[in-house]
Design a binder for this molecule. Structure first.
Ligand code: NDP
Ligand SMILES: N[C@@H](CC=O)C(=O)O
Length: 414
């Protein structure tokens, strides 16, 4: 029998308990041993839980109990999660976590401690909710040189965009519904400002390319500036707006990493991903493109991934799974302004004919876009490709001539 402690009995932690209890017998067969939840740590009481007598409030009970071999961390946030997880690893316990903030900020250090202590630190649920992506990237795609990853990595924002576009729901109502359904972070600004997707692309980049990428190294934009006008122009262009996390290996070996809204063509592999679903496209030299798709957030889908890690930990007691990356390297992340891109731009111009001439002067021939009912002073177009810094300088020239940039979204070919 393997004794497990679950830390945090919120959306994900309660799902982990539910799945471990409901599928107890089949999980025991797959793990090769019975999995017993010995403790559940939370700040609140849960008198209705079938495990109500196993709840504790003092972390040291778990830390000091040598019978606990595997600890699940679903509390979220950096503190005290980091302190507790580190203490568990140092005490020789394997840890499975859904906490992407923890992995994105402290992954290299925690993986090194796990290696030193010959235990496992697993985090399948930290990216893509229930979608298997960490294990496939680490194992099934190990033969490949991965050169690019792009994904819809945040369920809440994809849910909000889907509701706004298809059901004309307001941003605030869609966010409130995502919170009610347990998709959003405790502080939902992490979802809508892109921090959550940033943490996830950091984890994928660290794993795929072997060196830790930290969130503060990644240019990050959320969805708060996206308007229905931009969505309509994107649609008339033949695309859809998605919040993407992406990393690409450049020819000089550096990484371009970014989180931002992007227009993807309707025929692209990420365009049809709606609601709380996530999709992660991995490009490898042997496999070509492969896309992982599924529910990116929510109680049971996320618990599915955490419990898979628990089973893996149970199967590998006193044996390490090879999952590791080095700490960060200097000069490894390229400045996003250097990286070539294309933009959709929406402007308000007091003198549209003059601004149009200036657009041609700066950008050459551009693809103009239209939408029914647009005000006379609105101009929308798609630029050719150029380093982002250069495109922005050209827009600065237009701004100096009185144009106001109302919307600007990168174009991607996924
Ligand atoms: N929700 C989702 O769909 C997904 C979430 N995740 C990640 O999983 C983690 C958990 O998310 P989620 O379940 O949604 O969060 P919740 O806020 O629903 O759950 C967190 C739980 O941990 C408890 N907790 C917080 N601090 C402590 C502490 N110091 N000691 C004991 N218990 C504590 C909270 O108690 P209290 O409420 O009283 O503060 C709460 O019950 C986060 O890192 C999140 O990013 C990952 C994938 C999907
Ligand atoms: N808030 C996150 C939860 C899963 O990681 C999201 O919406 O994707």
């Amino acid at each position: 029998m393997i004794n497990v402690a679950v830390m945090g009995h919120g959306t994900v932690g309660s799902g982990v308990v539910e799945v471990l209890l409901k599928n107890h017998d089949s999980i025991a067969k797959k793990a090769g041993e019975e999995i017993n939840i010995k403790y559940v740590l939370d700040l609140r009481e849960f008198p209705d839980s079938p495990l109500h007598d196993r709840f504790v409030k003092d972390f040291s009970i778990i830390e000091k109990d040598p019978a606990v071999k595997v600890v699940v961390e679903c509390m979220g946030g950096l503190h005290p999660a980091y302190d507790f997880v580190k203490a568990c690893l140092l005490a020789g316990k394997s840890v499975a976590t859904s906490n992407k903030e923890l992995v994105a900020e402290k992954g290299a250090e925690l993986l090194r401690i796990a290696k030193d202590k010959n235990v496992n630190f697993l985090f399948e649920a930290s990216v893509g909710g229930g979608i298997p992506i960490i294990r496939p990237l680490n194992q099934c795609l190990a033969a490949n040189e991965v050169y690019e990853i792009a994904g819809i990595l945040n369920g809440t924002t994809n849910f909000i965009l889907s509701k706004m576009i298809h059901e004309q729901m307001s941003f605030d109502d869609a966010l409130a519904l995502a919170q009610k359904l347990g998709y959003a972070e405790r502080d939902p600004s992490a979802d809508i400002e892109g921090a959550d997707a940033c943490r996830k692309i950091c984890i994928l980049a660290s794993l795929a390319f072997g060196k830790h990428v930290y969130p503060n190294q990644v240019h990050t934009e959320g969805i708060t500036k996206i308007t229905l006008e931009d969505v309509e122009y994107a649609s008339n262009y033949g695309g859809v707006v998605k919040l993407l996390g992406r990393v690409k290996k450049l020819d000089d070996g550096r990484l371009s990493v970014m989180v931002s809204p992007a227009i993807v063509e309707r025929s692209g592999q990420l365009a049809g991903v709606e609601d709380v679903f996530n999709a992660i496209l991995v490009r490898g030299d042997a496999i070509g493109d492969v896309v992982f798709y599924g529910r990116g957030a929510g109680k049971l889908p996320t618990a599915s991934a955490v419990v898979a890690d628990v089973i893996d930990c149970a199967k590998h007691v006193n044996r390490r799974k090879l999952l590791f990356w080095e700490d960060k390297a200097e000069g490894y992340i390229a400045d996003y302004l250097e990286v070539p891109t294309r933009f959709y731009v929406r402007l308000s111009a007091q003198k549209p004919m003059e601004t149009l001439a200036a657009i041609r002067e700066e950008f050459g021939e551009v693809q103009r876009l239209s939408r029914p009912g647009a005000p006379d002073d609105e101009l929308a177009f798609v630029t050719g490709e150029g380093p982002e810094g250069e495109l922005r300088s050209k827009l600065d020239v237009l701004k100096k001539q009185g144009a106001q940039v109302l919307g600007m979204i990168r174009l991607c070919d996924y």
